[in-house]
Design a protein around this ligand. Structure first.
Ligand SMILES: Cc1ncc(COP(=O)(O)O)c(C=O)c1O
Length: 388
């Protein structure tokens, strides 16, 4: 009896070595450039055969998480044969208390990047547009392009009206059209460190038509002490089209565990939760994040130490006559007066990893995370050496 072998066109294509998989990819993905993360310490040490390299490249907390978060995460390891609580009940309840908001207004993310992606997947299609600023956080264009939507980039301030490199809200407002669905605002922004004051930002949010959602990305919220800096989570009752994102990756020192969240109108959260992977925040991460929220002293200490470290870096830049962009975060962009990627390479050879930002069209800047006092000294010394 003859066996009928059916030719499966898909399988057939997959086995063709010459096949151009790019052609098969969704149009938005075809033009995507992947996000470039900071170089890990272990990779640099392996590459150049050194030890004790330092990483000031990913805006992590150099002081680590609360010991309580570590203990809770370690204890939770006992249960990792089980799936996490997909609703994140305990963490969501605790966050609701922290923000004095209904639990139904919270969407958990695998880092806040995940939430940014959820927003794009829920509200953007190739028929719609998203707006963000020049020099804005590099994940926005990726999330927008991945769903094939159109990115409209507003020119940043040139320094004549607002802080140079900062978001120009008037320019962003001018791009709003019938096709706009999402606006991303990083406050403060990475890699520039620039921030927007409450009055200016609220005027902007209030001016938006109802069909436009505005995401205020507050990844560095806990670090900011600029007097006019707003806590936009307090505005949610007034603006149903507002989405505020926060993270445990920065001041809480849990970047490796990946926990972030969005605060929004419950109807928006309901939509985000439709596309959210049910177990996007793992069991250890949920336990550690929950415990981290209880250690306000640790958070306070990290923020204070960041402030001291920032002053140390700025003093070092002034001494070396290097202009920098005033920053409200735990990082600062410094103008090294020559191509940043070259200085970055030279610093690597000194065992110091920072971040070139030429991909943000800031060719002479390096973005440096505020480290411990010792790390800052080591970086400043290495910088003086490589620039001499
Ligand atoms: C402005 C901004 N938003 C969001 C994130 C995402 O952080 P995570 O996904 O770790 O919460 C970062 C991380 O660098 C950031 O700088």
């Amino acid at each position: 009896m003859a066996i009928n072998i059916r030719q499966d066109p898909v399988t057939h294509l997959m086995h063709s070595a010459e096949h151009d998989f790019l052609e098969l990819a969704a149009p938005g993905v075809r033009v995507l450039q992947p996000y470039q993360p900071g170089k890990p310490v272990a990779e640099l040490e392996r590459e150049i055969g050194i030890r004790h390299a330092i990483k000031l490249a990913s805006n992590e907390n150099p002081f680590g998480p609360s010991p309580r978060a570590l203990a809770a995460g370690t204890a939770a390891m006992q249960d990792i044969a089980r799936y996490p609580d997909g609703s994140g009940h305990a963490l969501v309840t605790r966050l609701a208390r922290l923000h004095d908001i209904a639990p139904g207004s919270i969407t958990l993310g695998n880092g806040s990047n995940d939430v940014l992606d959820l927003v794009a997947r829920v509200f953007l299609t190739p028929d719609f547009e998203a707006i963000f600023s020049q020099y804005a956080f590099a994940v926005y264009p990726i999330s927008v392009q991945a769903v094939g939507a159109v990115a409209r980039v507003a020119a940043a301030h040139d320094g004549s009206r607002g802080s140079a490199y900062g978001h120009d809200l008037a320019a962003m407002r001018a791009l709003v059209s019938e096709r706009t669905r999402v606006i991303f605002i990083a406050n403060p922004n990475n890699p520039t460190g620039t921030w927007l004051g409450g009055a200016e930002l609220e005027d902007f949010v209030a001016s938006l038509p109802a069909h436009v959602l505005v995401v205020v990305d507050e990844a560095y919220f806990e670090y900011v002490d600029a007097p006019a800096y707003p806590d936009t989570s307090r505005w949610l009752d007034r603006y149903p089209n507002l989405i505020v994102t926060r993270t445990f990756s920065k001041a809480y020192g849990l970047a490796g565990l990946r926990v972030g969240y969005a605060l929004s109108h419950p109807a928006v959260a309901g939509l985000l939760n439709r596309v959210r992977q049910p177990f996007n925040v793992n069991l250890v991460a949920q336990a550690a994040a929950l415990a981290a929220l209880d250690d306000t002293q640790h958070l306070h200490d990290c923020v204070q130490r960041n402030r001291a470290g920032m002053q140390q870096l700025l003093a070092g830049f002034r001494e070396q006559r290097l202009p920098y962009i005033e920053s409200a975060g735990n990082f600062v962009a410094v103008d090294v007066g020559c191509p940043g990627p070259q200085v970055y390479q030279a610093l690597l050879r000194e065992g110091v990893i920072v971040r070139p930002v030429a991909n943000y069209a800031m060719p002479n800047h390096l973005r440096v995370t505020v480290g411990s006092a010792g790390e800052n000294t080591r970086f400043l010394t290495a910088l003086a050496k490589v620039l001499s």
